[in-house]
Design a protein around this ligand. Structure first.
Ligand code: ATP
Ligand code: MG
Length: 727
C-alpha cells in the first residue's frame, strides 16, 4: 500500500476511512481529486468489487485519468470495471438498460444542444410565434433550467410561479412549447442532455424496485467537483446513496462556476443536513502552485461574502509575482502573450504543453490563434465550433443515427433530402405536420405512405421509399458490421463522399477531408474497442460522440501544444505557465454579470478558478482598445486586477490614475524593447517591488464566516419531484 505514502495525514485519513458519508471541502490544488482517486484504489485494494463503485466526474477526460491512475495501483482489469464517468455518461448507460419503463427504446438518440435548438425553432415556427420574442436559445435555457430543477412539462403547466414569470416576460406560451417539445422527443425516441438527468430521476421516483436495485449495486458513491452539481444531480446521488450511505463528495464552494446551468452551492451545505453523522475533511495545503499564486488567489476570493471558511497555503517555492501586462490593442495583447510564451519556453526549456491561455469567452481565441500561428507555435483549442458540430460531420452522423434509431426526427430532417433526391421543403413540412397530428414519428409516417399518402403524389412517394429502403439496408447491418465498416458503407452508398469529392472548391475539399477524418476516428474507435474487448458497433460509437465534453477531443498528436480554452473548461486542470487574458471591465467580469452581487461573486469565483490553474507562473493581460461587435471600444482594466493584494503582483507598465492606490510607486527602471513580429514599438516599464519579501505566507486568511446559504434559496423536499418548485 505504498500509495498511501503519497498522501498527507488528512488526505490519508480521508482515503482510509472509506465507509459512511464524507465531505472533503478544500481550496484549489489541495488534492481533492487525488483523495478521490486514491480512495477508490484503496477500496478495490480492500476487496470491494469494482462494479459496486460509482464515481462521478465532471469530464470524461477526468474519468480516464483517474482510471489510469487507479489501474497503476490495482491493475487494468479492475479499473475498467468501475462505474466511472460523467453524470451524463453513467446515467445514459443506466437509462438504456431501463428505457422501456419510461416509454423509450434502449436505442434512443441523445440530442445535442444544436439538435435540441433546431427542434425548439421548428416548434416555435409551427406555433406561429414570433421568434424575436420567443428566441429559441432563450426558450431552450428556460426549459433547460426547469428540467434541471426537475420540473416536468406537466408540472410546469401547473406551476403558478413559472406561469406568472412567463406572462410577465411576455412569453406566456413557453409551457406549451415545453409540452410539445417533450412529446416530440418521445416520438423521436430522443433525449436531450437535461432529459438524461430528469428521466433518471423519474425512473427512480416511479420505480422503487429499480431504484432499490441500483442502491444495492452501488455500495460506494463518489463525486468530484460537487460544488457544480445541480438539483437533478444532487437528488440522484442522494437517492443512490440512501441505502449504504457510503458517499464521498469533494468540492470547493469557491470554485462554483456553473450556477447559470443550475448548479447549486447549497448542495455542499446541505450535505450536513442529509448526513448528520458525516465526516468532514479539510485540506489546507496547496500542492499545485507557488506561494505567490496561492496568496494572490486567496486575497481575491476573500472579497466574496458567504464562502465556507477554510485555509489554504503553499509550501512550494515563493515563485514569481503575478505579472500584469498591458497592451494597446487586442492584437498587441496577442503578440505580447505569444511572444512571452516563445521566450519563456526557450529560457526555461519547457514544453508547449506547459502553457495555457485562458479567456472568458470563446470569441477571444481568434487573435491568439493568429499570433501563435505567426510565431509557428503549435496550439490546440477547446470549445467553439467543435469538429462534431460541422455540417458535413453532422450529416453523416445523422445517417448513422437513423440506422440506430430511425425515429430520430432531427436526423431525418437533415438527410431526407441530402444528398438531393428531389424531396422538397413542402413535402417535408407535410410529413412533419402529419407526424404531429397523428402523434407518430416522421419515420412511422414515411413508412406508411403507401397506405396513407397524405396527399403526396406517386413520384414523391417513390423517392421517399428509396430513402427508407436505404436506411432499412443500414439497419440490417447494424449487428453484424463493425462501426467503421458500416459508417464507411453509409458514407459511400448515400453518395455523401461523391458529392463532397466533386466539389473542388477549397471548402468542398476541406469538407471531404473532414469526412475522411471522421472515418479515421471511427476506425480508431473500432480498433481500440477490439483491443479492449468492448462493443465495437455503431451505436457504441455514437454514444461516445454524443457524450463528448469540451475537453474530450484531444488526440495523441495534440499532446505537446499550447492550450487555449475558456476558464469554464479549465476546471480541475493545471498548467505550469498560465495566461489569463482580456482582463477588462465588461469582458471579465462579463457585462452580463455585474448587475447583482451574486453574479459578480460568481465572476470572481471564475477568476479564482482561473488563477488557481497556475503552477509556476501566472500572467494577466488586458488591452486598452478592442474591437467589439465591429466597433472600437476602450475598456478599463478589470477590477479583478486591482483586487489582488498588491504584494503578489508585478506591473510591467506604469499605472494610470484609474488604477490608483495599488503599488504605484514600485517602478524603478524603464526599458524600451521591441517585440519580434510586433507591428508596433512600444514602451514598457519594468517593475521591482520595493516591499520586503514575505517570508511567511500571508495566505492563512480567515475567510468570511458567513457560510450560510443564499437567502433566496428555498429548500425543497428532495424526496419528490415537485411541481411547486421555483424555476
Ligand atoms: P482543483 O480544486 O483545482 O480541482 P484539487 O483539490 O482536486 O484541485 P488535485 O488536482 O488533486 O487538487 O491536486 C493538485 C496537484 O497537487 C496535483 O498535481 C496533485 O498530484 C498534487 N498533490 C496533491 N496532493 C499531494 C500530496 N500529498 N503530495 C504531493 N502532491 C500532491
Ligand atoms: Mg480537482
Amino acid at each position: 500500500m505504498e500509495y498511501l505514502n503519497e498522501l498527507n495525514p488528512v488526505q490519508k485519513e480521508a482515503v482510509e476511512n472509506y465507509t459512511g458519508p464524507s465531505l472533503v471541502i478544500a481550496g484549489a490544488g489541495s488534492g481533492k481529486t487525488r483523495v478521490l482517486t486514491y480512495r477508490i484504489a484503496h477500496l478495490l485494494n480492500q476487496g470491494v468489487r469494482p462494479y459496486s463503485v460509482l464515481a462521478l466526474t465532471f469530464t470524461n477526460k477526468a474519468a480516464r485519468e483517474m482510471k489510469d491512475r487507479i489501474a497503476n495501483v490495482v491493475g487494468q482489469e479492475q479499473a475498467q470495471s468501475l462505474w466511472m464517468g460523467t453524470f451524463h455518461s453513467i446515467f445514459s448507460r443506466i437509462l438504456r438498460y431501463e428505457a422501456e419503463h419510461l416509454g423509450f427504446d434502449s436505442n434512443f438518440t441523445i440530442y445535442d444542444t444544436q439538435d435540441s435548438r433546431n427542434l425548439y425553432r421548428a416548434i416555435i415556427k409551427e406555433m406561429q410565434l414570433d421568434d424575436k420574442v420567443y428566441k429559441p436559445n432563450e426558450v431552450q435555457n428556460r426549459i433547460s433550467s426547469a428540467k434541471n430543477n426537475l420540473v416536468t412539462s406537466a408540472a410546469y403547466a401547473n406551476n403558478a410561479k413559472a406561469q406568472k414569470a412567463d406572462a410577465e416576460a411576455r412569453k406566456p406560451r413557453i409551457s406549451e412549447i415545453y409540452s410539445r417539445y417533450s412529446q416530440r422527443c418521445k416520438q423521436a425516441n430522443a433525449m436531450d442532455f437535461d432529459d438524461l438527468l430528469l428521466q433518471t430521476n423519474i425512473l427512480f421516483r416511479d420505480f422503487p424496485e429499480i431504484l432499490a436495485k441500483y442502491q444495492d449495486k452501488f455500495k460506494y458513491v463518489l463525486v468530484d467537483e460537487y460544488q457544480d452539481t445541480n438539483y437533478a444531480q444532487y437528488l440522484i446521488v442522494k437517492k443512490l446513496a440512501e441505502q449504504h450511505k457510503n458517499v464521498c463528495v469533494v468540492g470547493d464552494d469557491a470554485q462554483s462556476i456553473y450556477s447559470f446551468r443550475g448548479a447549486k452551492i447549497e448542495n455542499i451545505l446541505n450535505f450536513r443536513n442529509d448526513y448528520p453523522n458525516y465526516q468532514l475533511y479539510k485540506l489546507e495545503q496547496n500542492y499545485r502552485s507557488t506561494q505567490n499564486i496561492v496568496n494572490a488567489a486567496n486575497s481575491i476570493i476573500h472579497k466574496n461574502k458567504g464562502q465556507i471558511q477554510k485555509e489554504s497555503f503553499s509550501d512550494n517555492e515563493e515563485g514569481d509575482k503575478i505579472k500584469i501586462v498591458k497592451a494597446l490593442t487586442d492584437h498587441e495583447e496577442g503578440y505580447l502573450i505569444t511572444n512571452d510564451i516563445f521566450e519563456t519556453r526557450m529560457r526555461s526549456h519547457c514544453a508547449y504543453q506547459d502553457f495555457a491561455i485562458l479567456y472568458r469567452t470563446n470569441a477571444q481565441s481568434r487573435i491568439f490563434e493568429e499570433s501563435l500561428r505567426k510565431l509557428n507555435l503549435p496550439y490546440k483549442i477547446y470549445g467553439g465550433l467543435s469538429f462534431y458540430q460541422r455540417k458535413e460531420i453532422k450529416d453523416l452522423l445523422a445517417y448513422c443515427r437513423m440506422a440506430v434509431n430511425p425515429h430520430d426526427e432531427e436526423a431525418i430532417k437533415r438527410v431526407i433530402n441530402y444528398p438531393k433526391r428531389g424531396i422538397g421543403a413542402t413535402t417535408i413540412a407535410k410529413l412533419q405536420d402529419a407526424a404531429s397530428q397523428n402523434v407518430l414519428s416522421m419515420w412511422d409516417i414515411i413508412c406508411g405512405l403507401h397506405e396513407r399518402p397524405y396527399g403526396l403524389n406517386a413520384g414523391t412517394i417513390s423517392k421517399i421509399a428509396k430513402f427508407t429502403n436505404l436506411i432499412k439496408g443500414f439497419q440490417a447491418q447494424l449487428a453484424t458490421e463493425t462501426a467503421f465498416d458500416l459508417a464507411n458503407n453509409i458514407a459511400n452508398s448515400t453518395g455523401i463522399i461523391k458529392e463532397l469529392y466533386n466539389d473542388r472548391s477549397p471548402e468542398g475539399v476541406s469538407r471531404h477531408e473532414n469526412i475522411q477524418e471522421l472515418l479515421n476516428g471511427i476506425q480508431e474507435f473500432t480498433q481500440n474497442a477490439l483491443e479492449e474487448g468492448r462493443e465495437l458497433h455503431l451505436p457504441n460509437f455514437l454514444e461516445d460522440v454524443a457524450l463528448l465534453t469540451d475537453q474530450d477531443n484531444e488526440k495523441d498528436e495534440d499532446r505537446d501544444k499550447v492550450t487555449l480554452m475558456t476558464i469554464h473548461s479549465a476546471k480541475g486542470l493545471e498548467f505550469p505557465y498560465l495566461y489569463i487574458v482580456g482582463l477588462e471591465e465588461e469582458l471579465f467580469p462579463s457585462q452580463m454579470a455585474t448587475s447583482t452581487q451574486q453574479e459578480l461573486e460568481e465572476e470572481r469565483r471564475l477568476f479564482y478558478v482561473a488563477l488557481t490553474r497556475a503552477e509556476k507562473k501566472a500572467t494577466l493581460s488586458f488591452a486598452k482598445s478592442r474591437y467589439k461587435w465591429g466597433n472600437m471600444s476602450y475598456p478599463r482594466p478589470s477590477r479583478f486586477i486591482r483586487e489582488i493584494d498588491e504584494r503578489f503582483v508585478e506591473y510591467t507598465y506604469e499605472q494610470e490614475p484609474e488604477f490608483s492606490g495599488n503599488g504605484r510607486d514600485n517602478y524603478q527602471s524603464t526599458t524600451e524593447f521591441e517585440v519580434p513580429n510586433s507591428p508596433s514599438r512600444f514602451q514598457q516599464k519594468r517593475s521591482f517591488s520595493a516591499k520586503p519579501k514575505l517570508n511567511q505566507p500571508v495566505s492563512r486568511i480567515k475567510q468570511s464566516s458567513n457560510q450560510n446559504v443564499d437567502p433566496n434559496f428555498t429548500p425543497s423536499d428532495p424526496d419528490s419531484i415537485q411541481p411547486g418548485m421555483v424555476v
